[in-house]
Design a protein around this ligand. Structure first.
Ligand SMILES: [Zn+2]
Ligand SMILES: [Zn+2]
Length: 150
């Protein structure tokens, strides 16, 4: 499934609401505004972009981060680290995670159809590690940006 199909699918918001309820958290007005804001983009976005899109004041950036952490904790939001150290966020189906191909010029990010998780995590558990997670993001210059530079 491609990323854009996933975010525009309204059933995702319903499922995220259910996951929040199950975790004991409430769907507040601000949470709904933040979720709708993230879902309205067709690409992963920064916390600042989310704040602006949600129509929240500057002073609410901390609140945005706190809510993003809450969504991350119930595994409906994925944090995408950029090479620069900046972070982008995207909604996912509950419990799903993705790896991305990210353009370092325009910051477009596409989901990859592969996950190296099982192999890597097998090695970790063989070595006695528990609670293992993994991150894999691939950076490059997309075709459009490469052509624009010519
Ligand atoms: Zn690009
Ligand atoms: Zn993976």
């Amino acid at each position: 499934m491609h990323w854009i199909d996933a975010v525009l699918n309204p059933s995702i918001l319903t499922r995220i609401t259910e996951a929040l309820k199950k975790s004991g958290a409430r769907m507040t007005k601000k949470r709904a505004q933040i979720l709708t804001a993230i879902g309205s983009f067709s690409r992963p976005v920064s916390a600042e972009e989310i704040r602006q899109q949600a129509g929240l004041p500057n002073s609410d950036l901390v609140t945005v981060y706190r809510n993003l952490e809450a969504f991350e904790a119930i595994q409906v939001l994925q944090r995408i680290p950029m090479e620069s150290g900046a972070q982008l966020f995207e909604l996912t189906e509950p419990g799903a995670h993705y790896h991305h191909l990210i353009c370092r010029v325009c910051h477009q990010a596409e989901r990859l159809d592969i996950c190296v998780g099982a192999e890597v995590e097998d090695q970790a558990s063989t070595r006695g590690y528990t609670g293992v997670t993994h991150l894999l993001e691939v950076y490059g210059v997309c075709g459009a940006c490469a052509r624009a530079a010519c």
